[in-house]
Design a protein around this ligand. Structure first.
Ligand SMILES: Nc1nc2c(ncn2[C@@H]2O[C@H](COP(=O)(O)OP(=O)(O)OP(=O)(O)O)[C@@H](O)[C@H]2O)c(=O)[nH]1
Ligand SMILES: [Mg+2]
Length: 451
């Protein structure tokens, strides 16, 4: 067990609330509880009602407090949780008293960092704690919970087992002579490494969905001026977020909002209308920004005014529109229709609507939820989503394995062993089985204080 100082911090948000939770973790926790609550026979995990007395013997608040002794606590250390009234003044008085009694203010993520360092969880699970706290959608929460359950750790464990078996074989070749052990069959070795690589790749691929799941699907609304893009934005957001007017070229800068559609968080972006004959400098640069937004989007909503002649599309835009990343919204269904919608980009999914209708936002949200599922914009909740950090380490391990497979039979078996060991090392980095304070600091500094 690591020997750290005792830390204290508020675990609930700063501000007035019914209750506030203060956490104290470390060797001083038990002694502090005995003194502050005048209780010398503390029963673990029992919630007590008691007055918190300061060093000077002044009652600071009536609290409910619980002692979680090591090693069975969240941090793996003695952990005292104090629920006091949610008044910042009371919270500060208690925290000041705890600091006077020898506690240090906790850094962001320090409770979870201690849990990791004390072997209560691996690094992927510690990262998942931060994701659980910041999850903006049900899907993000499901993904974080999957990580927290240690699923990636289990997968890495099974890869390690297989690599260790391969390593045992190569090491035996090094330690014993040819007469004592049969030679490795390179083809069989390659087959096993190949299967392993497939499994690594499958897991690694999910990282491409990481930002869609945790930050939201980046959906860009685009189309000709006056088609109704800002009206669509407002219908989806549920208020008059964007300026709507019958003047073509109203939206110049892009506007974005986060909304929930089904179980996913969406970052929806309204853009300037695209036309070839824009004259003003501002409108032209607005169009340029739109093109940038389109190329960085996860999904495109193409708004078309069906009561006017169909828009002409530049080659640049046509290249971006694909059946798996776009749908068309034929707008202004309340007016006489100007063209046959069946022949306008027939391979792209579409919906006809009038954005003047009151419930159009709900109808479009239902339509989009179906489309996102159908086009697998975000995989379903059963798929384990890894982060870029995980994917990069998996990628490095994969390279080592591929090289091992390339040299087996051609170079001395010692070289193959070295590659297998390097692969193991790369994978162990994901779980944090290494000593790199910088990487740990980077991960835990993104946490909030008190976690
Ligand atoms: N009749 C009818 N008018 C609509 C509909 N949707 C939007 N409009 C009108 O069309 C005009 C343009 O709407 P906007 O939402 O500002 O269009 P936009 O695509 O954002 O336009 P720019 O920002 O100029 O590119 C406004 O006068 C809207 O009220 C619709 O379904 N039916
Ligand atoms: Mg607009």
């Amino acid at each position: 067990m690591n020997d750290f100082s005792t830390i204290a911090a508020l675990a609930t948000p700063v501000g007035s609330s019914a209750l506030a939770l203060i956490r104290v973790s470390g060797n001083l926790a038990v002694r502090i509880a005995e003194l502050a609550f005048e209780n010398h026979k503390i029963v673990p995990r029992k919630a007590y009602l008691g007055a918190y007395k300061s060093c000077e013997g002044k009652i600071l608040d009536e609290c409910v407090w619980t002692m979680f002794p090591k090693p069975g606590s969240y941090t793996g250390e003695d952990l005292l949780e104090i629920s006091c009234h949610g008044n910042p003044f009371i919270v500060n008085r208690i925290l000041e008293d705890l600091f006077r009694r020898g506690c240090n203010p906790a850094l962001p993520g320090e409770f979870t960092k201690r849990a990791f360092l004390n072997g209560k969880m691996d690094l992927t699970q510690a990262e998942a704690v931060a994701e659980i706290i910041s999850a903006r959608s049900e899907r993000a929460f499901d993904a974080a919970r999957k990580l927290l359950s240690g699923e990636l750790g289990k997968r890495i464990f099974s890869w390690n087992e297989e690599i260790l078996m391969l390593l045992a074989e190569t090491e035996t070749q090094i330690d014993f002579s040819e007469e004592e052990v049969p030679e490795i069959d390179p083809e069989y070795f390659k087959k096993r490494v190949g299967e392993l690589i497939l499994s690594l790749r499958e897991t690694k691929a999910s990282a491409q969905y990481s930002s869609r799941v945790y930050e939201g699907i980046n959906v860009v609304i685009f189309g000709a001026p006056n088609a109704g893009k800002s009206s669509l934005m407002n219908a989806l957001v549920g208020n008059n977020r964007a300026l709507v007017s019958d003047e073509a070229g109203t939206t110049r800068d892009f506007i974005s909002e986060n909304i929930l559609i089904g179980e996913n968080c969406i970052r929806i972006v309204d853009t300037a209308g695209i036309r070839d004959d824009a004259v003003s400098k501002v409108e032209k640069s607005g169009i340029e920004k739109t093109l940038d937004c389109i190329s960085g989007a996860d999904f495109l909503l193409f708004v078309v005014d069906a009561s006017s002649p169909p828009p002409l599309l530049s080659k640049e835009i046509l290249e971006q529109i694909k059946p798996d990343n776009t749908c068309i919204l034929f707008n202004k269904a309340d007016k006489p229709q100007a063209f046959d919608k069946n022949v306008f980009l027939p391979e792209i999914d579409n919906i006809s609507i009038s954005l003047l209708e009151k419930d159009s936002g709900g109808i479009i949200k239902d339509f989009l939820a179906k489309i996102f599922r159908k086009k697998n914009i975000v995989p379903d909740g059963n798929v384990l989503i890894v982060s870029t950090r995980h994917a990069e380490a998996i990628n490095r391990a994969e390279n080592q394995l591929r090289e091992a497979s390339e040299i087996i039979g051609n170079l001395p078996v010692e070289f193959v062993s070295a590659k297998l060991r390097a692969a193991l090392e790369e994978l162990s980095e994901i779980l944090g089985q290494f000593d790199n304070e910088k990487v740990l600091d980077k991960i835990f500094s993104s946490f909030c204080i008190g976690k």
